[in-house]
Design a binder for this molecule. Structure first.
Ligand SMILES: *[C@@H]1O[C@H](CO)[C@@H](O)[C@H](O)[C@H]1NC(C)=O
Ligand SMILES: *[C@@H]1O[C@H](CO)[C@@H](O)[C@H](O)[C@H]1NC(C)=O
Ligand SMILES: *[C@@H]1O[C@H](CO)[C@@H](O)[C@H](O)[C@H]1NC(C)=O
Ligand SMILES: *[C@@H]1O[C@H](CO)[C@@H](O)[C@H](O)[C@H]1NC(C)=O
Length: 391
């Protein structure tokens, strides 16, 4: 993984660039071309589930065991991957440090952002009996935590002293990038209940409505820039393909009807956000079609240097190296012997890490794809996510 994210700029280049900037500025002024400068987000505020959890669940409910984190951090750090997640790459692209979990009470620095995501979070409370368990920190609770965070951090800043330096400035709340990755667990909970797929599909508009109501709540509190991930293709996950072996497969081996429900969710979300854009005059709302970005890793793995895209790297058994009772990092008994469920030898050429989450390598590719804007509505690149009028 290359760390050469930022090009090295020499003094000579700077002086050449300054002249260019001057020329461009003159031309721009003369022709009254509207400039679209890159956004300068001083902080990131994230709400979500495991795909964007930077340690919230680990700080509150459940330690994340090895081999999670082994590729990059060389120890588990509460992320559901072998290394960094998409939110880490988003933060780095703005020169910001890792975004700290709100629930982490130990020596935590919130000066450039806060993360309310926990693995297993849903948009709505789970109304069905699901065979899986989920996080109590649903979106509504994350919003409640945000409200307290916004007030309390300013009280602490006004008190001064050592803790004040760990809190974001007040102005950051309006200028921050608000990111979201949530909704997959609402669908998954229902997939693993006695509901039919048609029933799950029919519940989508209600879930999306709840989702967008919180975006509006955040807007009412001053948030302006929103970067909202759609759900991924859940039908390509080993967890779904193992548990629903008779579901129809598509050309790349993914469980088609499950992906169709995800697509319906995403279409609903995209349309609801288009509507919201009309209602909230100062909001820059970017819908990020992360489904298509992720799906391209399954449809054309070689292009991105991946192999066995449907097989879990850290898992155990079956066609997809996944079993419900042998989670990544767990231990199983086989013929009386304990077997540790560890990592495959080369996670950097693999897409799926643990049956439901992506490897760092896959997360980086997905980040590169979505940050260009090619998958977004409007087609706004990440660096422009504060601009309202991008078409
Ligand atoms: C908190 O993070 C900010 C931003 O990275 C940094 O400038 C500051 O020194 C940190 N504060 C402490 C006490 O580590
Ligand atoms: C699912 O099971 C619950 C009880 O466990 C029952 O009340 C409900 O009607 C069932 N729903 C469907 C769609 O079969
Ligand atoms: C889901 O619902 C949408 C909208 O009602 C419909 O167009 C679509 O065919 C449904 N898909 C499935 C898989 O039931
Ligand atoms: C399946 O998981 C095991 C760990 O239990 C790992 O050693 C193995 O390499 C994985 N197989 C594949 C094909 O990734």
């Amino acid at each position: 993984m290359s760390l050469m994210q930022f090009p090295i700029i020499t003094n000579f280049q700077i002086s050449v660039m300054s002249s260019l900037v001057l020329i461009v500025l003159c031309v721009a002024t003369a022709t009254a071309v509207r400039a679209t400068p890159h956004c300068d987000f001083p902080a990131i505020i994230n709400l979500g589930a495991s795909n964007s959890d930077t340690g919230g669940l680990a700080a509150s409910l459940l330690a994340v065991p090895p081999p999670y984190g082994e590729t990059y951090f060389h120890t588990p750090v509460g992320r559901f991957s072998d290394g960094r997640i998409i939110l880490d790459f988003i933060a780095r692209s703005f020169g910001l440090p890792y975004i700290s979990p709100y629930l982490d009470s130990l020596g935590t620095n919130f000066s450039t952002g806060v993360n309310f995501a926990t693995a297993g979070s849903t948009i709505k409370p789970i109304q069905v009996q699901s065979r899986l368990t989920f996080s109590p920190f649903i979106l509504g609770i994350q919003f409640t935590q945000f409200k307290r965070f916004k007030t309390k951090t300013q009280v602490i800043r006004n008190q001064g002293g050592v803790f004040a330096t760990l809190m974001p400035k007040q102005e950051y709340f309006d200028r921050a990038l608000y990111t979201f990755d949530i909704g997959q667990n609402d669908l998954t909970a229902m997939f693993f209940s006695n509901m039919t797929l048609q029933q799950v599909n029919a519940s989508v508009p209600d879930i999306v409505k709840t989702f967008t109501s919180y975006i509006k709540n955040l807007y009412d509190m001053g948030a302006r820039s929103f970067w909202i991930h759609s759900t991924g293709p859940l039908g390509c996950l080993p967890q779904i393909m193992t548990n629903f072996p008779f579901a129809e497969r598509d050309a790349y081996g993914c469980a088609k009807p499950y992906n169709e429900v995800c697509q319906n969710f995403n279409l609903n979300l995209k349309e609801a956000l288009a509507q919201l854009r009309k209602e909230l005059p100062l909001a820059a709302i970017t819908y990020v079609d992360i489904y298509s970005a992720k799906y391209s890793l399954f449809s054309d793995p070689k292009k991105y240097g991946f192999e066995y895209p449907l097989v879990s790297c850290c898992g155990y058994g079956g066609k997809y190296n996944f079993s419900n009772n042998a989670p990544c990092g767990g231990t199983i008994k086989e013929n009386g012997a304990d077997i540790f469920v560890g990592s495959c030898p080369n996670p950097h050429v693999r897409v799926i890490w643990d049956g439901t989450h992506f490897t760092e390598a896959a997360n980086k590719v997905v980040f590169d794809l979505i940050s260009t804007g090619a998958f977004n509505d409007p087609r706004s690149p990440l660096k422009m996510a504060c601009q309202r009028n991008i078409t």
